[in-house]
Design a protein around this ligand. Structure first.
Ligand code: NDP
Ligand code: 2IT
Length: 444
């Protein structure tokens, strides 16, 4: 970082405690030095300083009452990061670890990811430090309703369109959408990931995990490899992980390990995915319960243990920084040849460097997991047209979008003399689109 190091240092001095945000900026800027020196007009217009500053940040109180009548106060966030190429778009995360730095990193990443989809969506992210685990349906509903009584005034189908992320799926979106509709008296596509009977899109639920595998399929093929007979490990067992595991196995891979925040299951016969889906998605149980039905499987009570398992392809689909240098070293030593990021920023900077230095194929999140938000944009299109497309139609578009993202990021890497480095390709291609739009729109 030469030209850009001054900009980065300013971010550090302003937001020194936002570690995940600083990490995300450092990762992106690490690829952009050449873009900065080739484009003096962007420096003159302070595009780099502006792109790291969210357009708007909203922080609010979310009071709610539990089933025993106790009052709880959580903190709500929506960071409207960048609207240069479309309305703010990005998920809401409900997890006790949520803070402004985490939402800012997610919103920043989202801006470039959304640009890579080729669709007209800007970047935003939100959420709360509310923990949905162990809450009753009524408690979840009261929390979601309280959250919306503030958020509703900041969003809109052409302004800001939230969706799900960790801890937010169809149930939460239903409660939030219902409250929005009541407050606004307005039935619009203001959320994506909605239920199918009130405007949701077929294949949205599957899209992030499927899209990740479509992306990896292109990438593997280009390197004379494939999912066929590959040993695959997938961290997490939520929305992204389950659908990534299902598609990887449909494409011929054998998924042998998955995890949750408590531990890891290893089933060398290949995980029984319908059973896993029933336990996690329907019954909301801990992954350990899998052993009750598949006693031959093994359980490790440390989520990180998944990276010690020998595999060909690793798909981190749980959370940020889940693969650190030690985990990356284990993956390399055990013969893993490809890592595809389903989660956002699941690999630390040191771990990425290590993987790339050891010639491991590395598919960065902002390209590889863009299928979810791309399908959200397809949901928005269907809502505006008051139409709904078939599963096969949406899935075909998703596959095509993922192929185009792969071609775009790999060609961009080549063009900038970094053939095979998809991280650089994704950062440059995503940045250039947003920067061009910001530049054209003047100093705003
Ligand atoms: P879910 O809430 O459905 O699932 C999250 C999974 O990750 C759960 O299995 C959870 O375990 C596990 N997990 C969460 N935190 C930790 C942790 N600290 N350590 C270990 N495991 C953890 O979320 P999603 O599947 O939607 O999201 C997963 C990742 O994918 C996130 O990084 C998200 O930002 C990203 N993403 C999501 C998209 C989407 O469309 N949903 C789109 C693109 C990216 P437990 O049940 O024990 O909490
Ligand atoms: O990180 C992501 O891309 C998401 N959580 C999905 C965002 C969306 O608007 O569908």
């Amino acid at each position: 970082m030469n030209i850009l190091s001054g900009v980065y240092e300013k971010v550090v001095s302003k937001d020194s405690h936002e570690l995940e945000f600083l990490q995300a900026v450092k990762e992106v800027f690490g690829s952009l030095e050449v873009v900065a020196s080739n484009n003096p007009q962007y420096l003159k217009a302070s595009i780099f300083e502006r792109i790291v500053e969210p357009e708007r940040q909203i922080i609010f109180r979310v009071p709610w009452v539990d089933d025993n009548g106790n009052v709880h106060i959580n903190r709500g966030f929506r960071v409207q990061f960048n609207s240069a190429i479309g309305p703010y778009k990005g998920g809401l995360r409900f997890h006790p670890s949520v803070n402004l730095g985490i939402i800012k990193f997610l919103g920043f990443e989202q801006t470039f990811k959304n640009a890579l989809t080729g669709l007209p969506i800007g970047g935003g992210k939100g959420g709360s430090d509310f923990d949905p685990k162990g809450k009753s349906d009524n408690e979840i509903m009261r929390f979601c309703q309280s959250f919306m009584t503030e958020l509703y005034r900041h969003i809109g189908e052409d302004t800001d369109v939230p969706a799900g992320d960790i801890g937010v799926s169809a149930r939460e979106i239903g409660y939030m959408y219902g409250m929005y509709k009541k407050l606004k008296n307005n039935f619009t596509g203001v959320f994506t990931g909605k239920g199918l009977v009130y405007g949701g899109s077929l294949a949205r639920k599957e899209a992030t995990g499927y899209g990740l595998c479509y992306f990896m399929d292109e990438y593997l093929l280009d390197n004379n490899k494939s999912f066929e007979n590959a040993l695959v490990i997938v961290s997490g067992s939520g929305n992204v992980a389950i659908h990534a595991a299902l598609k990887a196995s449909e494409l011929g891979g054998k998924v042998i390990a998955m995890s949750d925040s408590s531990g890891v299951i290893l089933d060398t016969n290949g995980i029984n995915l319908p059973l896993l889906k029933q336990l996690k998605e329907v019954e909301r149980k801990r992954i350990k319960e899998y052993l009750k039905y598949q006693p031959d499987a093994t359980y490790f009570d440390e989520p990180k243990a998944i990276w010690n398992i020998k595999c060909d392809i690793a798909l981190p689909c749980a959370t940020q920084n889940e693969i650190d240098l030690e985990s990356a070293t284990n993956l390399v030593n055990n013969g893993c040849y490809a890592v595809g990021e389903g989660a956002n920023m699941p690999t630390t900077l040191e771990a990425i460097r290590y993987l790339q230095n050891h010639n491991i194929m590395f598919a960065p999140a902002k390209a590889a997991n863009a299928g979810g938000v791309a399908t959200s944009a397809l949901e928005m299109t269907q809502n505006s047209q008051r139409m709904s497309w078939s599963f096969a139609e949406v899935d075909k578009m998703l596959k095509n979008i993922m192929k185009n993202i792969y071609l775009n990021v790999s060609n961009t890497a080549k063009l900038y003399g970094k053939e095979g480095d998809l991280l650089v390709g994704a950062n440059i291609a995503g940045f250039l689109k947003v920067a061009e739009a910001m530049y054209a729109q003047g100093i705003i």
